[in-house]
Design a protein around this ligand. Structure first.
Ligand SMILES: Cc1cc2nc3c(=O)[nH]c(=O)nc-3n(C[C@H](O)[C@H](O)[C@H](O)COP(=O)(O)OP(=O)(O)OC[C@H]3O[C@@H](n4cnc5c(N)ncnc54)[C@H](O)[C@@H]3O)c2cc1C
Length: 359
């Protein structure tokens, strides 16, 4: 078992740290790195036997990123960004898992992670003003703070289907796929669900299985991914001005620096819809790269022309004038950002200014 640098073991045998992090996926790894750098003693506790989180558990056939992976990457260290090149637009699970292993090694995080350790309880001790974390391995951790970096999708949900327990065949969960893979050749297979994991795995399972039945309660909207090498246009935008690209991603709705669509397809004529579809054909990027950075003359102008008035202004956009024009309050809503030319957007992206007396 590892001991975090600077931590100590209490009389009761608990390892004492300032901050305990639960989980060693994207969030937990970064937290560990950041907390250590800030000078806290810290340790991460992880149920799995390695780093990766989502990408450790989800090993089903076809598992891969479903946003472009250059946007699904750590951005805290430009050196790290330069050292890692994604091989595809939508990287596979093994590649993303390798990336997270690379990050863990690059920042020497593993010594401060306790693997095979599931946190089972956290009790606050009023006398010492510390949390005592209990784990399934019996080891305990005493900390001032603990942070659950446990993700939103790390616990599989068993199906609530009458009679499911009587099924005598093999049952697998995409989120707990066996590491050695599953031999499906020649078998009759049923897939329950057509969310992202279902959509990714069904075509590959169909290639192997003798017969495949898919149970779909609610159809999802899905687009062909058109995977391939990372798009040269997108890469040029990123590498041309990495800081600006990442800054725009930071203020975007989903971490991807693309303006949000504010018109729906039926508001456009067939002729106007066609370029959008063509853009999708280049891999989910629905907009011409000119429009990615909000340059005037991109698709946005055509949209305005198509629907008359531009996107409705969010009243919060005007907040700045009502509260003394503090920089952060004057930031435009995401909806409004999408319609701003680049130079205006960057003006809005200045970090909030602190005023004397503000804590
Ligand atoms: C197949 C798949 C594809 C995805 N694709 C995308 C995508 O393209 N873009 C996107 O933005 N998001 C995507 N996601 C969402 C993905 O979950 C997040 O992007 C991200 O990986 C979450 O990271 P995290 O560190 O917050 O949590 P996780 O990666 O879920 O890590 C949480 C960790 O906490 C551990 N843990 C949980 N409870 C305990 C406990 N009690 N004790 C100890 N350890 C514990 C788990 O074992 C796990 O390792 C995808 C998810 C899946 C499942």
């Amino acid at each position: 078992m590892s001991e975090a640098a600077g931590s100590r073991v209490t009389n009761g045998g608990a390892q004492e740290v300032d901050v305990a992090v639960v989980g060693a996926g994207f969030a937990g790894l970064y937290l560990l790195h950041r907390l250590r750098k800030t000078g806290f003693t810290t340790i991460a506790l992880e149920e799995a036997d390695d780093v990766g989180g989502t990408w450790y558990w989800n090993r089903y056939p076809g598992a891969r990123c479903d946003i472009q992976t250059i946007d699904y990457t750590y951005t805290f260290d430009p050196e790290l960004e330069r050292e890692w090149k994604w091989s595809e637009k939508y990287a596979t699970q093994p590649e993303i898992l390798r990336y997270l292993g690379f990050v863990a090694d690059r920042y020497d995080l593993r010594p401060d992670i306790r693997f095979n350790t599931k946190v089972t309880a956290a009790n606050w001790d009023e006398a010492t003003e510390r949390w005592l974390l209990e784990t399934d391995s019996g080891a305990t951790v005493s900390c001032r703070y603990y942070i659950m970096a446990t993700g939103c999708l790390s616990a599989p949900k068993p199906p609530e289907i009458d009679g499911v327990k009587d099924f005598s065949g093999e049952v697998y969960f995409t989120g707990r796929w066996p590491h050695q893979g599953v031999e499906l050749a020649g078998k009759r297979v049923a897939v329950i669900g057509t969310g992202s994991s279902g959509i990714q795995s069904i075509p590959l399972i169909a290639e192997q299985a003798a017969q495949l039945t898919v149970f779909q309660r609610t159809p999802n909207f899905a687009l062909p991914a058109h995977n391939g090498p990372v798009s040269a246009d997108r890469l040029a935008l990123l590498e041309g001005d990495r800081a600006s690209y990442r800054e725009q991603a930071r203020w975007s709705l989903a971490g991807v620096p693309l303006p949000q669509q504010t018109v729906v397809s039926w508001q456009l004529s067939e002729a106007e819809r066609r370029p959008v579809r063509a853009g999708m054909g280049q891999g989910r990027s629905r907009l011409h790269p000119d429009a990615v950075m909000g340059r005037p003359g991109g698709r946005r102008r055509r949209q305005r022309a198509a629907c008359g008035p531009g996107p409705r202004e969010n009243p919060r956009d005007r907040q700045g004038s009502r509260n003394g024009g503090r920089a952060h309050a004057a930031r435009p809503s995401v909806r409004r950002q999408a319609s701003l030319p680049r130079h205006q957007l960057l003006r809005h992206l200045q970090p909030p200014q602190r005023h004397a007396g503000e804590s």
